[in-house]
Design a protein around this ligand. Structure first.
Ligand code: NAD
Ligand code: UFG
Length: 338
């Protein structure tokens, strides 16, 4: 099949492109490189021995999308393009609604005009809001996300539900990611955050490689087994395999389907530090810092719906997540610019 991957030069998108090529799909990437790197796609091409058609451009550019759909016969769209920094979304909410919400609306209008009606959307566990019931399963009502980034994901979910209600020819997967981490085991592609990392694992690997002094652990007084925040970390290769399974499933499922993509268990910040130290054989200096605004104490996925309906399950453990994240970082201490 021929797949359009928006945001395919980013962290998850580049791993997705690799998996699609390995599964013999034709791939077209649309990315404006605001947070991605063309080098990631060169490495994907080197790893797979296959070419990727790369178009540098923006999902909000309707004319460009019309040209793209005219030039390439696309079967499915995997939509990763968007902004994802929670703190930045609080400062610049309009940018987030523009990129994430307007970007998706523009993409869907171009898809509709081109007669392409199969879409996989990168949603997030953030749409559950501050829900006391863990684990989170897909039957829980969505909650109140605590920031504009989260609200933009929830809005897109609602836009896509309305779209599928209005035209039953659409097949849409809303994939709610928990915490994607790790890298391809080659160490050639991985997560390359701009500036100071917001997320735990890239921060840990940058401390280990000497780019940061010490990790701040945001709070050790949460009602969790060791007092630090608990999350459901999922290896990025498991995550992209979940997309392959979802793509296959929506081929025979009209309407909107929702699946959690998580490992189904929680690890604390201290568990993650320990797993990293074991995998990398080096100590991570850390200090306890105040809680970070907007953080929840603990949540993890009930991942059984995806297992039942997609025949997919995350299989890589936290040692593999950390070993692969470390291999990427140590081989590329400055990211793609190294
Ligand atoms: P990323 O920033 O590495 O990748 C996003 C890519 O989209 C980048 O290459 C960027 O250049 C591109 N992009 C952004 N806006 C664009 C636009 N308007 N037009 C074209 N390209 C554009 O992020 P990621 O971690 O790979 O995340 C991919 C998707 O998954 C995002 O939608 C994100 O919100 C979602 N998600 C990520 C996480 C996570 O923790 N990484 C968790 C839940 C959901
Ligand atoms: N943490 C630290 N120190 C750091 C960074 C994080 O202690 O330097 C802690 C956080 O407090 C939290 C845990 O590590 O307890 C994980 O934090 P991340 O920032 O890595 O991830 P979040 O769970 O906050 O958020 C991530 C994505 C969001 C997405 C959400 C969905 O960044 O985009 O998962 O579950 F919406």
């Amino acid at each position: 099949m021929s797949i359009l991957v928006t945001g395919g030069a980013g962290y998850i998108g580049s791993h997705m492109v690799l998996a699609l090529l390995e599964h013999h799909h034709e791939v077209v990437v649309l990315d404006n490189l605001s947070n991605g790197s063309a080098a990631s796609l060169e490495r994907v091409a080197a790893l797979t021995g296959r070419d990727v058609a790369f178009i540098e451009g923006d999902v909000r550019d309707r004319e460009l999308l019309d040209r793209l759909f005219h030039q390439h016969k696309i079967d499915d769209v995997l939509h990763f393009a968007g902004l994802k920094a929670v703190g930045e979304s609080v400062e610049h909410p309009l940018r987030y609604f523009d990129y994430n919400v307007s970007g998706t609306v523009t993409l869907c209008r171009a898809m509709e005009a081109a007669g392409v009606r199969r879409l996989v959307f990168s949603s997030s566990a953030t749409v559950y809001g501050d829900n006391d019931t863990v684990p989170y399963d897909e039957a829980l009502p969505t909650g109140e996300p605590t920031n504009p980034y989260g609200r933009s994901k929830l809005m897109v979910e609602e836009v896509l539900r309305d779209l599928a209600r209005a035209d039953t020819r659409w097949s849409i997967a809303l994939l709610r990611y928990f915490n994607p981490v790790g890298a391809h085991p080659s160490g050639l592609i991985g997560e390359d955050p701009l500036g100071i990392p917001n997320n735990l694992v890239p921060y840990i690997t940058q401390v280990a490689v000497g780019r940061r002094d010490a990790l701040s652990v945001f709070g050790n007084d949460y009602p969790t087994p060791d007092g630090t925040g608990v999350r459901d970390y999922i290896h990025v290769m498991d995550l992209v395999e979940g997309h392959l399974a979802a793509m296959k499933a929506i081929g025979r499922r009209p309407g909107v389907s929702v699946w959690n993509l998580g490992g189904g268990r929680g690890y604390s910040v201290l568990d993650m530090i320990q797993a990293f130290e074991k995998a990398a054989g080096r100590k991570i200096p850390y200090r306890i810092a105040p809680r970070r605004d907007g953080d929840l104490a603990q949540y993890w996925a009930d991942a059984s719906k995806a297992e039942r309906e997609l025949d997919w399950k995350a299989t890589r453990d936290i040692e593999a997540m950390m070993a692969d994240a470390w291999r990427w970082q140590v081989n590329n201490p400055g990211g793609y610019a190294s």
